[in-house]
Design a binder for this molecule. Structure first.
Ligand SMILES: *[C@@H]1O[C@H](CO)[C@@H](O)[C@H](O)[C@H]1NC(C)=O
Length: 311
């Protein structure tokens, strides 16, 4: 209760104390103990929330998508496939509001499109690929990307940050309301964002954000805010770190060069089109402070001292 009282003051994360998250907690206890009674308890809570869908909010954490996605998974684990399918059908019925261009739905995780995308990806991760069809995921992803591009154009940041997002007119950085959470979702392999969008839109945007880091190592809560105060998952480094790790994993994924069905360039081993470029990029990640564009950018003396580090 005390937490709920404070909720207005401290971000909306505390709205997340609801039946749905308790269902999720029991599901987690079932996962680690394999004790069926936890699954049945989870079902109890799922049933309660499913009776109270409000049709207003659409995300996993704060909206109807959460109970529906968790419900689909719990019913699936209980082998009640009919009920599970019914939850998925209802989940997909929310899609129309999500992709509608005239809706003023944000893109962030707690109330916006990324939070709905998570619900779809969660169902496919837990039940199996295809439980939610790929075209549904694709439409949500496109809606997020179009929205990010539009704001970037509006703010004249197309070159620096091709995908820009805002919530309540602020360009939040963190995981819950900001770009870290959205980029993180877009980098999930299950979201099937095409490689070109990842390298040409998502990556430069992440690089732009990386440069907003404070000397302390923390991140600002929004792009225009220089106050280094909040350090939690919603605002600050603890939310940004997941995104950075995902970006790093994406770099590793590049290592399986040629295995993703991507187009083979004219010179597959070359520095500017092929494998050598990928290796160059990966070696840059070992010492990012000393990275430079090959055959173009000259070294800064600062970069040279840093590269001496042993890694
Ligand atoms: C800047 O961020 C701090 C928290 O880090 C917050 O308290 C403050 O209201 C923000 N200021 C503006 C202008 O958004």
């Amino acid at each position: 209760k005390d937490l709920l009282k404070r909720k207005n003051k401290h971000s909306s994360i505390l709205l997340v104390i609801n039946f749905d998250s308790i269902a999720l907690l029991y599901l987690q206890l079932y996962r680690v103990t394999c004790d069926q009674s936890y699954l049945l308890r989870s079902l109890d809570y799922v049933k309660r929330t499913l009776r109270n869908l409000n049709g207003r909010r659409v995300t996993f954490l704060c909206g109807d998508a959460g109970p529906l996605a968790v419900g689909a998974v719990v019913y699936h684990k209980l082998k009640s496939d009919c009920e599970s399918q019914e939850c998925i059908t209802k989940l997909l019925q929310l899609q129309r509001t999500i992709v509608s261009r005239d809706s003023d739905l944000p893109d962030e995780l707690l109330y916006g499109r990324a939070g709905y995308l998570y619900a779809l990806l969660y169902v496919n991760t837990e039940i199996g690929p295809g439980a939610v069809c790929e075209s549904a995921i694709k439409e949500v992803v496109s809606a997020i990307i179009e929205s990010g591009k539009a704001l970037s154009r509006e703010e004249k940041k197309v070159e620096r940050c091709p995908l820009l997002f805002q919530w309540h007119k602020k360009q939040y950085v963190g995981a819950a309301h900001g770009m870290a959470g959205i980029y993180y979702m877009l980098m999930q392999p299950a979201a099937k964002v095409d490689q070109e969008t990842l390298t040409e839109m998502v990556k430069p945007s992440i690089d732009y954000m990386r440069h907003k880091r404070f000397r302390s190592g923390n991140y600002p809560s929004s792009l225009s805010n220089e106050t280094d105060r909040l350090v939690h998952w919603c605002h600050g480094a603890p939310g940004v770190i997941h995104m950075l790790m995902q970006a790093h994993k994406f770099a590793e994924w590049c290592l399986d060069y040629g295995a993703h069905g991507c187009r083979i360039p004219d010179r597959p081993y070359s520095l500017f089109e092929g494998m050598a470029g990928t290796v160059h990029f990966l070696s840059d990640i070992l010492a990012p402070e000393a990275s430079r564009f090959p055959a173009f950018e000259l070294s800064s003396s600062q970069g040279d001292t840093k590269v001496q580090k042993d890694y």
